[in-house]
Design a protein around this ligand. Structure first.
Ligand code: PRP
Ligand code: URA
Length: 209
């Protein structure tokens, strides 16, 4: 079974409060999502493998460590996932960025795929799929299906807010994918929105309705 990490860092929790607040402007919402994505990226990269290399400091030769191993690819689920990309790239600037376009059919709540574009060498990469919301889990499950269908083997999922229903569904569908969450909320409402949540992440990020 995959592992679920809920980040309870005070900075993340503080910023999340203002992300949730309905009086937060689009500009502030965008900035805060960006900042939380950076803080989460710091935590999510904790297990990246290192290798030793030799360098020369101004004083002496020294054996020190640099990142080794797999190249990282970040994959936002369109469209709200885009809001988390720059924040992660601040810490992992060499990551490639793929895109998976999905929207939730408002009637069935089922995700509909409309775009997939990934970097090369899918099998060699470590993928981090980002989306602010994990509600029913349908979008995350479908995005990860799309990655696996194309050969991806090493995948993590990162979101701001998750409903217990979504976490359970994602773990069941993809027991090999670890899940990183800033807050685990109470439940879904009858419209498939997370309670208390933050409303519609895409609309709040882009100022649409
Ligand atoms: C939202 C959100 C997730 C999805 C989560 O996207 O960004 O992708 O819903 O819900 P689920 O877990 O029940 O699938 P939405 O479909 O509203 O599209 P958007 O990003 O284009 O606004
Ligand atoms: N998508 C959102 O943007 N918000 C929710 O609460 C659920 C799905």
């Amino acid at each position: 079974m995959s592992r679920v990490y809920v980040f309870d860092h005070p900075l993340i929790q503080h910023k999340l409060t203002y992300i949730r607040d309905k009086n937060t402007s689009t500009k502030e919402f965008r900035e805060l999502v960006d900042e939380v994505a950076t803080l989460m990226a710091f935590e999510i990269t904790r297990d990246l493998p290192l290798k030793e290399i030799e360098i020369e400091t101004p004083i002496t030769k020294a054996k020190t460590k640099v990142l080794a191993g797999k190249n990282i690819a970040l994959v936002p689920i369109l469209r709200a996932g885009i809001g988390m990309v720059d924040g992660v790239l601040k810490l992992i600037p060499t990551a490639k960025v793929g895109h998976i376009g999905l929207y939730r059919d408002p009637e069935t709540l089922k995700p509909v795929e409309y775009y997939v574009k990934l970097p090369q060498d899918v099998e060699e990469r470590e993928f981090i799929v980002v989306d602010p919301m994990l509600a029913t889990g349908g979008s995350a499950i479908e995005a990860i299906n799309a990655l696996k269908k194309r050969g991806a083997k090493n995948i993590k999922f990162m979101c701001l807010i998750a409903a217990p229903e979504g976490v359970e569904a994602l773990q069941k569908a993809h027991p090999d994918v670890d899940v990183f969450i800033a807050a685990l909320d109470e439940k879904l409402n009858e419209h498939g929105y997370i309670v208390p949540g933050l409303g519609d992440a895409g609309d709040r990020l882009f100022g649409t309705k």
